[in-house]
Design a protein around this ligand. Structure first.
Ligand SMILES: *Cc1c(COP(=O)(O)O)cnc(C)c1O
Length: 387
């Protein structure tokens, strides 16, 4: 049996070595604490779970869902976009339900990329942007992402032969893993660039609701001419602690929405309508749960940032997301420092090079762990201070 050629080109699993060390430590009975997981630790808010409990008992929901999402769910998405960002959407042509935004991002390649084409992806980013291209037998061009430029992916020096075959540019702010936030001016430049080169601009906005210090993350669709070239991905995963539910939506340019819908209509049959009904409760219900979660993450962020600085690890306090992105000390690599932390303190962090070439020299710490365990992990990190 021979598998498809593209599978041979999928990036190897970069965290395998650390996982092996972790498993060995756990087998020896060590108390390992993971700060490596990007999955909210808090439960889905009660009013959303309650709506699901009601929705699951409605026999109409037991049948095949609407392919593009129920009209009520798409209206709720549009209403969220209007309330949250002032963005007006036609729920019929400019909104598409997704089975998690990972699914939508991966399938966007099927809708727009031919074998041999290019996808432009940030050099530190969510692996699906380039993985989706590989599965399509297409190439990825990594746009440099440097701390000096605020981790804004740089599209100013892309070679002409790449640009000619570039079909999608992926960006995502507030950013996983760097925690960086984009300026309006950056969005405007990206839109202008993609319009000039006839590229679909895909903005991954999974963390727009997890903001600190009064910061308010924008939608790229607020910007002028965005509807001419942009598709934006929103997810209920992080905003409402719903990673396991698999519910998200794409919105923006109607041609892009239609193309993605065509791919999906041929591959899946939509998300369970009961889950869409619970998601309506999330998007249109009280938002205090989101504010409370942000306060918790903000407190954890401060704990992590202060401790890292006290042991000589440099980092900026992110204004959004559930991660702290920190530079490794002089003389260490991402991998060597993550390994040292694991071996000496039994604390797991994610080595930055796992997110792409420019991630080397950094580690990512997740804030998705309860305060007691986080405090314990930080106490252990402090013991690393050279005396
Ligand atoms: C968590 C995350 C998502 C959301 O994925 P879902 O499939 O909706 O759970 C999307 N993009 C990034 C960068 C993420 O970190």
């Amino acid at each position: 049996m021979e598998t498809a050629e593209c599978l041979n080109h999928m990036a190897p699993y970069l965290f395998a070595q650390i996982d092996k060390k972790r498993d060995a430590l756990i087998a020896q009975g060590a108390d390992v604490i993971s700060l490596g997981i990007g999955d909210p630790d808090m439960p889905t808010p009660e009013h959303i779970v309650e709506e699901m409990a009601r929705a699951i008992r409605r026999p109409a929901n037991h049948r095949y869902p609407d392919y593009n999402g129920s009209p009520a769910y798409r209206r709720a998405c549009a209403s969220y976009m209007k309330t949250r960002f002032g963005v007006e959407l036609n729920p019929e042509t400019e909104v598409l339900a997704l089975i998690g935004s990972k699914e939508g991002i991966a399938h966007l390649h099927t809708a727009f990329v031919n074998p041999g084409d290019y996808v432009l992806a940030p050099s530190i980013g969510y692996p699906v942007y380039s993985g989706g291209a590989t599965l399509q037998s297409a190439h990825t061009y990594f746009m440099p992402m440097k701390e000096e430029q605020g981790f804004l992916a740089d599209f100013s020096n892309i070679p002409d032969d790449v640009l000619k075959r570039a079909k999608i540019m992926f960006i995502g702010y507030p950013n996983n893993p760097t925690g960086a936030c984009a300026t309006e001016e950056y969005f405007d430049r990206a839109i202008e660039f993609c319009l000039e080169h006839d590229i679909l601009l895909a903005h991954d906005n999974a963390y727009c609701d997890i903001c600190f210090d009064g910061y308010r993350a924008p939608s790229i669709l607020e910007r002028p001419r965005a509807f001419e070239c942009c598709i934006e991905f929103f997810s209920l995963s992080k905003s409402y602690n719903m990673t396991g539910w698999r519910i998200a939506f794409a919105c923006g340019n109607p041609k892009a929405i239609e193309a993605l819908g065509t791919v999906k209509n041929n591959l899946d049959s939509g998300q369970f309508t009961a889950i869409q009904e619970a998601a309506i409760a999330a998007l249109t219900g009280p938002q205090d749960c989101v504010r409370e979660m942000c306060e918790i993450y903000q407190r954890r962020r401060d704990l992590v940032v202060n401790t890292l600085r006290s042991i000589g690890v440099s980092c900026t306090a992110p204004q959004a997301t559930i991660y702290v992105w920190a530079r490794v000390p002089e003389g260490e690599t991402s991998e060597s420092f993550a390994t040292k932390l694991l071996e000496k303190t039994h604390v797991i962090v994610t080595p930055g090079n796992g997110y792409g070439p420019d991630g080397e020299g950094y580690i990512r710490i997740s804030l998705t762990i309860d305060d007691n365990r986080l405090t314990e992990a930080l106490e252990r990190l402090k013991t690393l201070i050279p005396s």
